[in-house]
Design a binder for this molecule. Structure first.
Ligand code: NAG
Ligand code: NAG
Ligand code: NAG
Length: 274
């Protein structure tokens, strides 16, 4: 009898338990669905705030003026018709300064390069310069007949050639390579079959801008992992060498682990990492 009587109570308790679990789950799903995209989505106001905040980390620049030069490149334009020249006034507003013997180019090695340059003050990549750092990771575009900046529904990197983001990186890469001087370093990826691709920004824009009058050498650091795919003998690197008219060329295979170890020991002299 006692057993019988306790049953319905247990049943309602269990049912309540299930209901509460379902409610909690639903709440979590709703909160995540609302909060996650918001956390990741840059609104136009947030884009300007991020731009300004990053810009102000560099002393001696008029960030309001640089923002205006930036927006004039794409505001009011079809987002598939923004050529790289549209950013000429922006480059003029915040010109790249030569940093002889410290300039670092990269292709398909973004993470390891920036882990390295963020931990040690040896090399400067495009993303460490004012314009590169201010726009790194951001998306923006305009619309024909509108004075606004948009941060969503902008064309993707490959959707159309002349999109505002891609044209900016092409223009900024060209300007950065234009001031390359002294001994220059390039980190390329030894885990892919063509470490030097003539279709990459490095191959199609930067290398073409290198000027032997100012640049002494290009020193390739070919980053290798456990099972390297390509080495310094790879034919694609010979193609790179051929493009460097009058600029000395070296290539060295360096294990990614060695670079990471060097990143974690900032007291080591810069030249001793490879
Ligand atoms: C090289 O490219 C491969 C394949 O895309 C990638 O997994 C690897 O992390 C890259 N290596 C470096 C050092 O970035
Ligand atoms: C290389 O730089 C020198 C000196 O700044 C300049 O006179 C020359 O026109 C440049 N060459 C090219 C091909 O841009
Ligand atoms: C080396 O370079 C050539 C041509 O640039 C490429 O086709 C080849 O697959 C590359 N990689 C290896 C591992 O040989």
């Amino acid at each position: 009898m006692e057993h019988e009587a306790s049953r319905p109570v247990e049943k309602t308790r269990r049912r309540r338990c299930v209901l509460i679990s379902v409610a909690v789950c639903l709440l979590v799903v709703v909160v995540l669905a609302v909060a996650l995209p918001l956390a990741h989505r840059q609104t136009p106001d947030k884009l300007k705030a991020t731009f300004t905040e990053r810009c102000e980390a560099f002393k001696g620049y008029d960030c309001g003026k640089i923002w205006d030069a930036f927006t004039q490149a794409y505001v009011g334009r079809d987002p598939c018709k923004v050529p790289m020249e549209a950013y000429d006034p922006l480059i003029a507003a915040a010109p790249f300064k030569p940093a002889c013997n410290r300039m670092m180019f990269w292709s398909k090695t973004k993470d390891v390069v920036h882990d390295f340059t963020s931990k040690r003050d040896c090399f400067i990549t495009l993303e460490d310069t004012l314009l590169g750092s201010v726009l790194d990771g951001l998306t923006w575009c305009g619309k024909e007949g509108s004075k606004e900046t948009f941060t969503t529904d902008c064309p993707g990197w490959t959707e159309c050639e002349n999109n505002p983001v891609r044209s900016f990186w092409n223009r900024a890469s060209a300007a950065f390579a234009d001031v390359a001087c002294g001994d220059v370093t390039a980190m390329l990826n030894g885990s892919i079959s063509t470490p030097f691709s003539s279709a990459s920004i490095f191959g199609s824009i930067e290398v073409k801008r290198f000027n032997a009058t100012m640049m002494r050498s290009l020193n390739v650091v070919l980053v290798t992992q456990k099972n390297p795919v390509a080495n310094c003998e790879n034919a694609s690197l010979k193609d790179l060498q051929k493009e460097l008219d009058g600029i000395k060329y070296t290539c060295k295979e360096v294990a990614e682990s060695q670079i990471q170890e060097c990143s974690s020991k900032p007291e080591k002299p810069c030249g001793a990492c490879w």
